[in-house]
Design a protein. Structure first.
Length: 226
């Protein structure tokens, strides 16, 4: 009874206490049809997991299911909701290098500056070392996407963790192989050199930054490329 009472208090207006599990499992697996059916049935996009405080949007963003993220946002899901760790969906998207989901959340109004319990801003992920630029590098599968990722990194070096950046670069090189060209290497190394110096920009990445970063590649919206 104690558990049931706690759930009902934490998840109001849910007729079936298992509804949160069904919705979250569909979000985790990327099953959009099931998410649509379950959300239509409960008429609620805020069904929280009582053990973590995660909403369906947290789960979809964490596992990189962009179509579900878009659907939940369209259904007025709160892009700045916090789980029990104080993480927003943006924290989780960046923490798992889901750049496309992170940008979608940003465009929908996600706040970079919301801090979790550990004091880390949403724009630096749950652990404080994941940012848009390195997430973009980890997500990139084409030269155009690498150009965008490096442009983002160039506008926001202050929050870049060197080890994460190096790992993301190595991953991108392995994915692109011969398509990672000398220009990419020069830009990547220039940022790496800057990270070892004192001249850092201290900029917060914004929607305008995303659009500006995409202009060299002829893309207005990063979501059209990733």
């Amino acid at each position: 009874m104690g558990c049931s009472s706690s759930r009902q208090k934490y998840i109001p207006n849910i007729p079936n206490p298992l509804d949160y599990w069904r919705v979250h499992e569909a979000c985790r697996l990327g099953n959009l049809d099931d998410v649509q059916r379950l959300v239509s049935s409960t008429r609620d996009t805020t069904i929280l997991d009582p053990s973590t405080g995660n909403s369906p949007l947290h789960i979809a963003a964490k596992f990189g299911h962009l179509k579900i993220v878009r659907y939940l946002i369209d259904k007025s899901a709160n892009v700045n909701s916090k789980n029990l760790n104080g993480d927003t969906p943006l924290h989780l998207a960046l923490n798992t290098d889901r750049f496309d989901c992170a940008i979608q959340l940003k465009v929908a109004g996600a706040d970079d500056m919301i801090k979790n319990i550990q004091g880390f801003r949403a724009c630096t992920g749950s652990d404080g070392i994941r940012i848009y630029g390195t997430a973009a590098l980890m997500s990139a599968i084409s030269p155009k996407q690498i150009d965008i990722a490096l442009s983002i990194c160039e506008t926001n070096t202050d929050d870049i963790n060197i080890e994460v950046y190096q790992k993301a670069g190595k991953h991108a090189k392995n994915v692109l192989k011969d398509e990672w060209d000398k220009q990419h290497e020069r830009r990547f190394n220039a940022i790496l050199q800057l990270l070892g110096g004192e001249d850092k920009t201290n900029l917060i990445f914004s929607v305008d930054d995303a659009q500006a970063a995409c202009k060299p590649a002829g893309i207005f919206d990063a979501l059209q490329c990733f």
